[in-house]
Design a protein around this ligand. Sequence first.
Ligand SMILES: Cc1cc2nc3c(=O)[nH]c(=O)nc-3n(C[C@H](O)[C@H](O)[C@H](O)COP(=O)(O)OP(=O)(O)OC[C@H]3O[C@@H](n4cnc5c(N)ncnc54)[C@H](O)[C@@H]3O)c2cc1C
Length: 338
Amino acid sequence: MKFIKCREVAPRLKGRVAIIGAGPAGLTAAGFLICEGVEVDVYDMLPEAGGLLLFGIPEFRIPKKGVREGVKELSEKGVYFHLGKKVHDSEVFDVDFSEIVENYDATLIATGAWEPRRLNVEGEELDGIFHAAPYIVKYYLTKFGYSPPSSLPGLGSSVAVIGAGLTAVDSALLALEIGVKEVSLVYRRTRREAPAGEKELKMLEEKGVKIVELKAPVGFKGEDGRVRQMVTMDVKLGPPDKSGRPSPVPVPGSEKVFEVDSVIVATGGRSTPPFKKNADKIHVAEDGRIIVDDKRRTSWKGVFAAGDVESGPSLIGPALKSGLIAAESIKEYLIKRV
Ligand SMILES: Cc1cc2nc3c(=O)[nH]c(=O)nc-3n(C[C@H](O)[C@H](O)[C@H](O)COP(=O)(O)OP(=O)(O)OC[C@H]3O[C@@H](n4cnc5c(N)ncnc54)[C@H](O)[C@@H]3O)c2cc1C
């Protein structure tokens, strides 16, 4: 995967830029800026660059070899990667966010949307209930040999995956790969509304995954702290909601109980900016997204944001485009500063 397209004679721009997050948004920006002659340092909390391209999306969609080649090319051009370094200002961190902003001429935040969106139902804290993205990242950390296999919790023999987007599809595939015998995808609308699309759902069915439509989990019951049952309610479709899709309306008295060994919640994530204390300097929307203008400038001069951290959970294409817009905007900012 190419993150870099340098012109024959690139103008030599002066400046040092820090990029926090080595997913598609951060890597594209790094590729653009290194070609302009800027010094680029990329910080990422994972042991390898690539973000969800490497640690989230399955091989058949995004071959890992191509991502690794793209990252290698960036390194060879001079991009410096600080890996295994979490940047923050209040949680446990390795590098302080404010120090980065102070020490570089410009900073790009490209930290994605990694906070799981909770279902907010009873029993969600039980062992055996996993949020998709963190579980999938853990899976790849063990697969690539960065963590011991014992660090990946087992799923048992029956798993319910909640949701019907690409993350849910990938969670179901992962469960099959791990050896789970019964995998169901539970969705609160019909397959016609599923964000993953009919083709992906058919592919799952061909592999033995059961698609359960018009059911929403309303609670989980456990034994000795571990989930054993999922309680669902039937849903019927109502008038369109904010997303434009029919709203799921619960049918009173329709509760049903399913025996499960594990549950993977794949109902989306929240943007994860690398700061809490600095939220007064960088405006953040209620849903966690960093607020940017059309040039991906935040409210803190010299600080930019791109990808899922400013758009909310999205797709690779928009993240690449956002990273490029931010990089062009950083170039403009560095030229004006001189
Ligand atoms: C399981 C799954 C499957 C998906 N499948 C598809 C698909 O098939 N097609 C598609 O188009 N999209 C898919 N998506 C969505 C797509 O992966 C994202 O939209 C895209 O990766 C966003 O790019 P990004 O650069 O903004 O963030 P990310 O790819 O999330 O990268 C963010 C990077 O920031 C790092 N980071 C986060 N916080 C910190 C911190 N505090 N300090 C240092 N580093 C930090 C992370 O380690 C990560 O490397 C999928 C998402 C998931 C979760």
